[in-house]
Design a protein around this ligand. Structure first.
Ligand code: NAD
Length: 267
């Protein structure tokens, strides 16, 4: 179908920039109404919402820090008031707080785990509660609800200097799979997306200069740095009935970054 998410209501966290914005746009273009969560950049969130409305879509800005239980609950209540039901959650918000291991503060460790892992737990728990309460609507989707956890290639690739971040994404991977196993019988599909290097503000220094980009490309067999839209398209598929039999899987969107590129004969 041209609008594979027609009639569906989707909440995307961290949608005021980068990958989250691209997913919100792609979801709206696929026919979904979109809750655009942001933590502090109200102007950016308003801009995305307006852009979606101008294109004839439905969207609403939703402020919440995903690491706060109260704010997450309030965000889902607000989403419910705006859209009535919820069909899709994309738990996308994430941060980096890089440090050499001996220098990493407890605060840096906790903040990254709080946002990247606990934030996904809080949002997924709220989504599951609401999916179960509202029940199925086969006219909207075959699944009772769908959750996409934004992971990273660092759910499998160790990352020196980013121990907190890699730990959070490794945690996301097994949280996603365990949750998928637990709620599949209730008709809820939980999957993950693991992006490689995507051009967003989070990793600007890795692609901004030609020198940095050349170095980055050595890690990417497919020969280009990813765009947020690459992840947006994957998310539409993973949220739609086209992937109805895909349960508890991480979809790598990484140009081959996880293929051990240093083993290439000419690499
Ligand atoms: P980004 O910095 O542009 O976006 C991160 C988003 O998370 C922002 O919108 C930010 O406002 C939001 N956020 C941060 N803390 C929050 C909080 N406490 N509550 C609510 N929202 C919060 O970076 P991005 O690249 O778009 O990152 C999106 C996701 O993709 C992250 O989970 C990141 O780990 C993951 N990822 C990115 C890449 C990449 O190469 N860009 C690669 C792998 C994984």
């Amino acid at each position: 179908p041209v609008h594979p998410l027609h009639g569906q209501k989707a909440l995307v966290t961290g949608a005021s920039s980068g990958i989250g914005t691209a997913i919100a746009r792609a979801f709206a273009a696929a026919g979904a109404a979109v809750g655009v969560n942001y933590r502090s950049h109200a102007d950016e969130a308003e801009r995305i919402v307006q852009e979606i409305r101008d294109a004839g879509g439905e969207a609403a800005p939703l402020k919440a820090d995903v690491s706060s239980e109260d704010e997450v609950r309030a965000m889902f209540d607000e989403f419910g008031s705006a859209f009535g039901r919820i069909d899709i959650l994309v738990a996308n918000s994430g941060i980096q707080q890089d440090a050499a291991f001996p220098d990493m503060t407890l605060d840096q460790w906790r903040r990254v785990i709080d946002v990247n892992l606990t934030g996904q737990f809080l949002c997924a728990r709220e989504a599951v509660r609401r999916f179960l309460a509202q029940g199925p609507d086969p006219s909207i989707s075959r699944a009772v609800g769908k959750i996409i956890c934004m992971s990273s290639v660092h759910e499998v690739i160790p990352w020196a200097g980013h121990v907190n971040y890699a730990a959070s994404k490794g945690g996301v991977m097994l949280m996603m799979k365990s949750l998928a196993q637990e709620v599949a019988q209730a008709g809820i599909r939980v999957n993950g997306i693991a992006p490689g290097a995507i051009k967003t503000p989070i990793n600007q220094e890795a692609w901004q200069t030609p020198e940095a980009e050349r170095k980055l490309l050595e890690l990417i067999p497919y020969g280009r740095v990813g765009e947020p839209e690459d992840v947006g398209k994957a998310a539409v598929w993973l949220a739609s009935d086209a992937s109805d039999y895909v349960v508890g899987t991480t979809l790598f969107v990484d140009g081959g970054m996880t293929l051990y590129p240093s083993f290439r004969e000419n690499g």
